[in-house]
Structures are given as structure tokens and as C-alpha cells.
Design a protein. Structure first.
Ligand code: ATP
Ligand code: MG
Length: 499
């Protein structure tokens, strides 16, 4: 038989790759959605932060400017340097809006009351919301285009409020390019994606390790299956974890163990069979050769040899019959009969058949049958094989010719008939009891040497009883203490009921 090593699975079909693809898919989609949602929130939070910062800055700048305006020692040059310093620090443009720049508008609440002397109409401060708010004492941030058409954030704060003096009101206005805020938001997005990428990478590594930890024992299982297919039935999977794969590994090892012991059994059976057949064949050949070539053989010896050849041939045909019956039950090809058999009558007729052997060995045979036992369904032939073997054993293993007792009790149960065959024979040692139903097993070989038999009788009994859904067991208190065999035969055999 050619054994092909199982080829490595194509990558897309392997569980490892499929697991990874599923993990990666879930991770990518999950993290992308999470990052988008979180990113949106981070952007708006960044915007709010930035606007608050601008508001605080403009308030502080307004305070600084107010201090320098009211300080008479501050020259125009120093004032310009101060403004330039603020601008550099904040990265925007500062404009100090003087009362004359706003003169046209009048104090809040009186806007639109008509032109006055002052700045030309359409001043760039005209109607600017941040200026309006600053005039009311509020600080807000507004996004709009600046005078050069670029998107910018505007805010303003009152330096000197309207009521505080003749020069009032003075407003300081700050414009910062929107790109500053966009850069900040972008930085936050980049850090978010870097974090998400890092977590995804870690999750991917974890998924790879997990997939590997699942696949590795499967690889071990595959390797063991290959070893088994190559005929190494002693190979076992070395994986003892208490997880699902561990269970598969244990089931696999159990299966390998069963196959191994089945094969061992079959090998032993084959070798025992050939041995059992070879012995009578050798005896026949030796005798037939003597009959043909040994001129010194007298007539009486010739007669004896012919009888022995006949006996050996009978033994062989009995053995072959037994083997055929066993193999039929093994293969499930044995037809279960449906004869209605009355156990009391059956036992009485079997007793008659054994009468010659019983009297020859001076054995008392007692039948104790409960009246009105319901008949069992079986093949008369099968039932005969079972009880003939059991009675045969009880007689065979009764030592000497000085008597003994065999009792066959039959009683009715709910589901079937219970037969107990008890003898006062040589008994069986406790350590041999578990092996009695094995094929070709003969207990106490030394003592059994002179008693004919091949060790198949009880194996056949068990095969037949099992096939009918019954049970058989043997008990003995030990050597010299007799044997008790108990057979339970169901009224309606399992195999018949399930038909
Ligand atoms: P075969 O039945 O094939 O002619 P066998 O009688 O040796 O040969 P089994 O009927 O299978 O084989 O019995 C197996 C062994 O069990 C016997 O060899 C015998 O040692 C032991 N045994 C069975 N029945 C009895 C019994 N009633 N008393 C003592 N030993 C028994
Ligand atoms: Mg026997």
C-alpha cells in the first residue's frame, strides 16, 4: 500500500489563514469605525480647546495693552514692539481698533443712527461679529475670510470699555489663520491613527499567536494520522490540554489504541488458528505416512491410526465450524432465528443428549426450571451451541470419574429468561476469569493439556448471546470450588425488536 503524506493545505483554505483573515477584517473595520467616531469627537474638542485658548489669549493681551495705554511712560515705539511680541507668540495678527475706527457705529444699541464724522463707510470692522461682541464686553471666536481672502479665526476683546473715558471704546482684534487649527486637528488625527495602528498591530500579533496555538496541535494530530496510516499504531498524540482539541486528541489516541488492540487480537487469532489447524494436520500426515510406507505396521496399529485420523479430521472440521460461526457473528452476517423455544423442554432434551458422558463420569445432573417460563425467540441451532458448550465445559472440567453435580436452573425475569449452570468441578482461579471469553484462551494450560478443546467454546457463546442482546458471565470461588455460568436471554432479542 502506498502511503501519501497529506499535502500542506493551500494557503487560502488553511484554518490559520481563514482565522487571520476574519480577525484582520474585524479588526480593520472595527478600528476604522472606532477611529472615525473618536476622531470626530477629538476634532471638535480640539476646536473648542483652541477657541478657548484664543479667547484667554485675547483677554490677556487686552489687559496688557490697557496697562501700556494708561501708562504715560510707554512710547509708541514700545507699544508697537509689545504688539509685535504678542503676534509672534500667538502666530496671528493683532489690530487695535480705536474709537475713531468705530466712531461711525456709535455705542452699542445706537447703531445705524446715521453717519457721523470718522472713518469712511465700509470700514473692515463694520459689522464684524467679534467686534460687536467685544463692544458688549463678550469675547467670541468667528471663522471667516480675512482681508486677503484667507480663511481665519477672529476674536476681539475690549481694551477700554465705552463707559470708561473719553477715548473709549478701544478693542483689540486677533486674527489667526485657520490653518493653525487645521494643523492641530491633523496632529490629533495622526496620533489617533498611530495609536489605532499600534493596537491593530498588537491584536494582529495576538491573533497570529492564537491561530498558531490552535493549528499546532492540529498539525500534531495530522502527523499522528499519517503515522497511523503508515502502520505505526503505537503512535499517540502528545497533547494533554483540557480544551476541545485535547478532547479530539484523547479520542484519537483512544481510537489508535482500539485499532492497535484489534489488530493484535486479529494477529493472535490468525496465528492461533493456524497453530490449531496445523496440529491435527501434522497428526494426520504422520499417521497416513506410516500407513503408506511403514511395512512393519500390524493390522491393529493400522486400525488405530485410521481411527485417530478420523478423530483428528473430526476435530478439524469442528474447529472450522466454530471459526466459521464466529466469523459470521463478527461480520454481523449471522441470521438470528425466530423459533419459539420453551427453555424447560430445551434443557430436558439437551440433558438427554449428554446422558452418555454424564453416566460415564458418574455426574448427577439436576434441572430446576420455574414453571410457565415464557418461550424465548432464537435459532434452535444457536441456543444449542451456547448451552452445549456450557454443559460440555461443566462435564469436561469435572475432575476424575468419581462423580460431581451439575445444576441447571431456569427462571423467568421481566425481559427474559435467566439460566444458571452450576457445577462442582475444578473451578477457575480469579485472575483467569477476565480472559475466559478470549478466543483460544484456555485456563490452567498445564491441567487442560489432557482435556480436548481449543479455547473457542466460550468465545462463541459470548458472540451468540451478545448478538441476541443477552449477557453471559462466569463466576468461581477459585480452584476446586466449582463454577457458575449465568446466561440472560431476552424474550425478544434486541436485533429482532429493532427490525
Ligand atoms: P472448546 O470449548 O473450544 O472445546 P475449551 O473448553 O478449552 O475448548 P472454552 O469453552 O472457551 O474452551 O473455555 C475456556 C477455558 O475456561 C477452559 O479451557 C477452562 O479452563 C475454563 N472453563 C470453562 N468452563 C469451565 C468450567 N465449567 N469449569 C472449569 N473451568 C472452565
Ligand atoms: Mg469449552
Amino acid at each position: 500500500m502506498t502511503i501519501h503524506t497529506v499535502p500542506r493545505l493551500p494557503s487560502i483554505n488553511s484554518i490559520r489563514v481563514r482565522l487571520l483573515l476574519v480577525y484582520v477584517g474585524i479588526l480593520v473595520v472595527g478600528f476604522a469605525v472606532l477611529a472615525l467616531v473618536t476622531g470626530q469627537q477629538i476634532s471638535s474638542a480640539a476646536r473648542v480647546d483652541y477657541e478657548n485658548r484664543l479667547k484667554n489669549e485675547i483677554r490677556l493681551i487686552a489687559q496688557g495693552i490697557r496697562a501700556s495705554i494708561t501708562d504715560a511712560t510707554v512710547s509708541d515705539g514700545t507699544f508697537d514692539t509689545l504688539i509685535a511680541g504678542y503676534e509672534a507668540e500667538i502666530g496671528g495678527d493683532l489690530t487695535v481698533v480705536l474709537p475713531e475706527d468705530l466712531d461711525r457705529r456709535g455705542p452699542p444699541g445706537q447703531q445705524g443712527t446715521g453717519p457721523r464724522n470718522g472713518p469712511p463707510p465700509n470700514s473692515r470692522f463694520d459689522g464684524a461679529p467679534e467686534i460687536e461682541s467685544a463692544l458688549r464686553g463678550d469675547v467670541i471666536v468667528i471663522q471667516r475670510r480675512d482681508s486677503s481672502g484667507h480663511d481665519a479665526l477672529f476674536t476681539a476683546a475690549p481694551v477700554i470699555e465705552g463707559q470708561q473715558g473719553p477715548r473709549a471704546p478701544v478693542i483689540v482684534q486677533l486674527s489667526v489663520p485657520s490653518s493653525n487649527l487645521q494643523r492641530l486637528v491633523l496632529e490629533r488625527w495622526v496620533s489617533l491613527w498611530l495609536l489605532v495602528g499600534l493596537i491593530a498591530l498588537l491584536a494582529l500579533i495576538a491573533a497570529t499567536l492564537l491561530a498558531r496555538s490552535i493549528i499546532r496541535p492540529l498539525d500534531a494530530l495530522r502527523e499522528s494520522a499519517v503515522q497511523l496510516a503508515k502502520g505505526d499504531f503505537s503512535h499517540r498524540v502528545a497533547y494533554n490540554q483540557k480544551d476541545e482539541i485535547g478532547e479530539v486528541a484523547r479520542a484519537f489516541n483512544e481510537m489508535a489504541h482500539q485499532v492497535e488492540s484489534m489488530l493484535d487480537e486479529q494477529r493472535a487469532f490468525a496465528s492461533n488458528t493456524s497453530h490449531e489447524l496445523r496440529t491435527p494436520l501434522t497428526n494426520i500426515r504422520l499417521r497416513s505416512e506410516a500407513l503408506r510406507y511403514d511395512d512393519s505396521l500390524d493390522e491393529a496399529m493400522g486400525e488405530r491410526y485410521i481411527t485417530e485420523i478420523d478423530d483428528e479430521a473430526n476435530r478439524m472440521s469442528g474447529l472450522i465450524e466454530d471459526l466459521t460461526l464466529l466469523s459470521r457473528f463478527d461480520a454481523g452476517r449471522a441470521e438470528l432465528g425466530e423459533n419459539q423455544i420453551d427453555m424447560a423442554q430445551f434443557a430436558a432434551s439437551l440433558k438427554q443428549r449428554f446422558w452418555p458422558q454424564l453416566t460415564a463420569k458418574n455426574i448427577r445432573f439436576e434441572l430446576a426450571t420455574q414453571p410457565d417460563v415464557q418461550p424465548v425467540l432464537a435459532s434452535l441451532n444457536h441456543l444449542t451451541v451456547v448451552f452445549r458448550n456450557l454443559i460440555d465445559n461443566a462435564i469436561k472440567y469435572m475432575p476424575g470419574a468419581d462423580g460431581g453435580q451439575i445444576t441447571w436452573m431456569t427462571s423467568a425475569g421481566v425481559d427474559g429468561v435467566c439460566s444458571v449452570i452450576q457445577d462442582t468441578g475444578r473451578g477457575i482461579e480469579a485472575e483467569q476469569l477476565p480472559h475466559l471469553f478470549e478466543r483460544f484462551y484456555r485456563a490452567d494450560k498445564a491441567r487442560s493439556r489432557d482435556i480436548p478443546g481449543s479455547g473457542l467454546g466460550l468465545a462463541i457463546v459470548k458472540s451468540i448471546v451478545d448478538a441476541y442482546g443477552g449477557t453471559v458471565s462466569i463466576a468461581s470461588a477459585g480452584s476446586g470450588k466449582g463454577t457458575t455460568v449465568t446466561v440472560f436471554w431476552p424474550y425478544r432479542p434486541v436485533a429482532l425488536t429493532s427490525r
